[in-house]
Design a protein around this ligand. Sequence first.
Ligand code: FPP
Length: 241
Amino acid sequence: MAKDSPDQDTPDHVAIIMDGNGRWAQGRGRPRLFGHHAGARRVKEIVRACKDLDIEYLTVYAFSTENWKRTQSEVAGLMTLFRQYIKREAKALLDEGVCVRFIGDRLRLDKKLQGLMDELEELTKDNTVVNLTIAINYGGRDEVARATHQLALDVAAGKLDATTVNEDTLSSYLDTHVLPDPDLVIRTSGEARISNFLLWQSAYSEYEFVDTLWPDFSRDEFCKVIAKYGARNRRFGAVPA
Ligand code: FPP
């Protein structure tokens, strides 16, 4: 459902791999979690920028299925940060018209965090200004595997006719089923890889890799990346007109 006309300048949906928090903190002689806290503050600024630029959907990668391999203290610190963020920001998100959703497998998260995520989704579900999707315990392969698992169960239960299964069917089983595909995926910190983010959904996305570490990624730089996107000619596999 990405924009299908190459002359539309502003993306509908921007997805961001927020990388570089650890290096940002280490460069200041501070613990990695200090960088994650600074990174969380940046999310707020970029949500506001989306609102001003008329970007309807923003999806951010906060914790991957691979991030459990980090030290126990960093993982615990991030989980605490997610809980604090939801509690602290809920009212502002509601007041600013932000509809918050979470993607990823939440069953592995602690019950308290799961409860806060459910509550924030419920609280903001009628908002329409910006759709903020936060990926926690998210992995693209894991998402496709979970979707396929459920699809197979539905076929076995007679709820779905296997002969009708196509791309749209699988899309409808993904965590992102209510979102359009991302038009633009941005990764900060100079790394040029996808790291298991929105693998299915980004088939035709434009990519932008910037050297800035996430806590330094300003509204100005975000606006420049969006302007650069506007100059691109997206063809979706077709020949230019
Ligand atoms: C990657 O940087 C960043 C993460 C794994 C965590 C991202 C989390 C946040 C930005 C804060 C929380 C966000 C919300 C919406 C509450 P890294 O630690 O891998 O950086 P490095 O490559 O420099 O080590």
